[in-house]
Design a binder for this molecule. Structure first.
Ligand code: GLN
Length: 484
């Protein structure tokens, strides 16, 4: 039953052929067997999951369930969950139990999902390989010596290894799409503000956005429906009406104008990845879409601008972890300054410290104009590039990542090489646009991701295009040999 998609499981639950309790027990057994080698789950809440499943089965029996009732998922460990730990992959929050649920968690609970546990992640969502987790790296289910991507690497591995029907993730610079690409699953970063950030541990607040990761676009539509919507507790939450995503999945893509940015196929892109993506574009063309070359002239400035803005916001957001109010506190502090220094020194890992230092530097009085303000100006240019491109095309398509999953340890000593993983993903965050990654091939047994970006609030369009593509290809249905 684990090899069924969320939508297929939902149909079986609705008809009574499958009980949520059975499905949950089945996943719990798989987790016990497969998770030790993967390290995708940081925490499993077997008791809580069985309770939620029993309730879901009652609701289903009464015929009152929705499409998510009784569906077992994993939450990225960045979402606050009342009663069970929320570590954010950090020693700083090793024993933190949030006093409330994130809005995403509350909404999905209300929709009837079952939470199996919390998924591993890069510390404070900073990273592209999940190697920055205080709780250890995650193995890519396709090849265990490879990284699953990051920062939602645990969520992607959970979905790829079929250890839950789907998972939540967050994406500040690519952290849903890049691990989705590396693990051969589908993931969508919605428009900024579409999903509430309340109770989602903050990394870079103007870029952070939660979203679903699942086997198919159809499953992502179902999960996103449960996550999206205006929230009075998040001041940046969007009050644009949320459409019914699932009902828009079968639109013909004949005549759809797909923009292919010339800058995406330039230096830095692995040639075999380029071939897979080109073939995916040809398939979309055969389905009736019209391909058009477009230009995003400031593409080359995205990574530098992102790595100024994200650390600047992170240095400010992470100042709350002071040993007083949240998280780790050092032993026997001598005075207040010693308390701050040692609590933060011990609680944060090296990448988080690097980001705090960069952020504090670029925000400091002497450098603010040269770095932070400049980066904000570049951000506007990046956004303008998309606005201009969307005058000519309906969606933009290209590779999600420059390469397939790399070997663990390969880039840990080279932060710049690590940051270049985000080459094609950060632009959607800088401009607040929705972006999706869907499996579109394999290179040497490792999955390749096709990225689609749309204008604001057009998640339905992305899900529709991906669903149509998945109706005529089967890349998304392949599963790793290591998981049976
Ligand atoms: N890899 C990027 C970073 O390290 C993106 C992370 C994210 O989207 N959370 O900042």
């Amino acid at each position: 039953m684990h090899d069924k998609t969320l939508a297929q499981q939902a149909a079986l639950l609705a008809s009574g052929e499958l009980k949520s309790r059975e499905l949950v027990d089945h996943y719990l057994q798989r987790i016990e067997r497969l998770n030790p080698a993967l390290n995708a789950y940081l925490q499993v809440d077997a008791e809580g999951a069985r309770e939620q499943a029993a309730k879901a089965d009652d609701i289903l029996q009464q015929g009152k369930g929705g499409p998510l009732t009784g569906i077992p998922i994993a939450h990225k460990d960045i979402f606050c969950t009342q009663g069970i730990k929320t570590t954010c992959g950090s020693r700083m929050l090793e024993n933190f139990i949030a006093p409330y649920n994130a809005t995403v968690v509350d909404k999905l609970n209300a929709a009837g999902v079952v939470t199996l546990g919390k998924a591993n992640m890069d510390e404070f969502a900073m990273g592209s390989s999940n190697e920055n987790s205080y709780f250890g790296a995650v193995a890519n289910p396709w090849q265990h010596d490879r990284v699953p991507g990051g920062s939602s690497g645990g969520s992607a591995a959970v979905v790829a290894a079929q250890l839950a029907s789907a998972a939540t993730g967050t994406d500040t610079g690519g952290s849903i799409r890049q691990p989705a690409a590396f693990c051969g699953v589908t993931g969508i970063k919605p428009t900024y503000g579409r999903v509430s950030r309340y109770g989602m541990v903050a990394f870079a607040s103007s870029l952070d956005q939660g979203g679903p990761m699942a086997r198919t676009a159809e499953d992502c539509a179902l999960l996103l429906q449960g996550m999206a919507g205006h929230d009075v507790r998040d001041a940046t939450s969007s009050d644009v009406a949320v459409p019914n995503f699932s009902s828009q999945l079968n639109k013909d893509i004949k005549g759809l104008r797909i923009g292919v940015p010339e800058e995406y196929f330039a230096q830095g892109l692995d040639s075999a990845v380029a071939d897979s993506v080109t073939e995916a574009l040809a398939e979309l063309e055969r389905m009736g879409a019209i391909l058009k070359t477009v230009s995003l002239p400031n593409q080359g400035l995205c990574v530098p601008a992102y790595y100024i803005i994200a650390p600047a916001e992170a240095s400010s957001n992470l100042s709350r972890f002071d040993g007083v109010r949240f998280g780790h506190r050092c032993e026997n502090p001598q005075d207040l300054e010693d308390l701050y220094k040692r609590s933060r020194g011990e609680g944060f890992g090296p990448e988080v410290k690097r980001r705090i230092l960069i952020g504090a530097y670029t925000l400091s009085a002497g450098y603010y104009d040269a770095y932070y303000r400049k980066a904000q100006q570049v951000r506007q240019l990046v956004s303008n590039d998309f606005t201009a491109a969307f005058e000519e095309v309906d969606v933009i398509a290209g590779p999600t990542t420059p390469t397939t999953a790399f070997v663990r340890g390969e880039k840990t000593d080279d932060p710049i090489a690590m940051y270049l993983n985000d080459l094609f993903t950060v632009s959607a965050n800088l401009s607040g646009l929705p972006g999706l990654s869907a499996p579109c091939g394999f290179v040497d047994g490792l999955p390749v991701g096709l990225q689609l970006v749309a204008p604001a609030n057009e998640e339905s369009l992305l899900l529709n295009v991906a669903h149509r593509y998945q109706s005529s290809t089967d890349w998304h249905l392949q599963s790793p040999a290591t998981i049976d």
